[in-house]
Ligand binder design. Structure first.
Ligand SMILES: [Zn+2]
Length: 118
């Protein structure tokens, strides 16, 4: 399988490679938040991670029920907040991503518009 499990061995990852791989396999290597496919490209594989739905800092358990495949950007956006459940967390992450996308698109379209009128 063209997947770099090195990404699971970071110090900030309190899940062993074997445990992490099990979660990624269960979730078909797709981010449970945004749907990014970790098998689509090497770049995608590099950002795949495993997320504690209830963070460890909040006594979240290292239990498959509390673990989901997650890309690092979604993991970062989700942060250490506590959500009612996974669906609640997903809603928050997707809403934040959408805000960020709109901000990015606004910034990106400005110079392009200028260039077009010049
Ligand atoms: Zn994601």
């Amino acid at each position: 399988m063209p997947f770099n499990i090195m990404t699971l061995s970071r110090v900030d990852m309190p899940v062993s490679q074997a445990e992490g791989l099990k979660i990624l396999e269960r979730d078909q290597f797709c981010c449970r938040y945004c749907g990014l496919d970790g098998r689509a490209s090497f770049e995608n594989a590099l950002v795949m991670s495993v997320d504690f739905v209830v963070p460890r800092a909040r006594k979240g358990k290292k239990d498959p029920a509390n673990l989901v495949a997650c890309c690092r950007p979604c993991n970062m956006i989700k942060g250490k907040r506590v959500y009612k459940n996974f669906e609640d967390a997903k809603k928050y992450v997707l809403a934040r991503r959408e805000e960020m996308r709109q901000a990015w698109e606004t910034k990106r379209s400005r110079p392009a518009a200028k260039a077009a009128s010049a």
